[in-house]
Design a protein around this ligand. Sequence first.
Ligand code: G3P
Length: 219
Amino acid sequence: MKLFIDTANVEYIREIASYGIICGVTTNPTLIAKEGRDFKEVIKEITQLVDGPISGEVIGLTADAMIEEGREIAKIHPNMVVKIPMTGEGLKAVKTLSSENIKTNVTLVFSVNQALFAALAGATYVSPFVGRLEDTLHEGAEVVSDIRNMFDFYNLNTEIISASIRSPKQLADSARAGAHIATVPYEVLKKSLIHPLTDQGIETFIKDWGKVFGNRSTK
Ligand code: G3P
């Protein structure tokens, strides 16, 4: 499974990109608004940090508005992916943009049927929202796994981005469920990096070494 970071914060992206674990970035209107910066300016900076798919979301609700915005987003950089909400108007926009070879990420997907429709319309990616599904007592990872089975069974080459990941467990569950990609917020990536047994292990190794060879530099 590939990893994307789900943020519009360039400092977070810079730090996590330096670990060599992410190959893409997703943003949404909430994440851009949180940074309080100009959309194009932030997106351009992100394209300098990560050489992979960068999702930028449309705001319009009609197909025509989404198509117009989508074309503008696609012009920013060749790695841009246009994020479009899963509605009838959104599907029309996906159909048009994909016929122009513009990559799309259909977002706010909560069911197998929605994922099927997005794939048939020509979406490059679909984003099931694992965390929000679990907020409403659904099994987020089960939806991801059902979508994966359906895509494989019918040879649909749309990729699944497990989104709305709120915990390390939801990240691991997404990997087990067969998501092609998980897009993960900074805080969840940081939490997923650590394990108390790793820290304890390092402490013991240093102590044991020190008993025989003296303290080694911790630099
Ligand atoms: O990628 C979609 C994600 O940003 C939504 O996350 O936590 O607002 O459900 P959340």
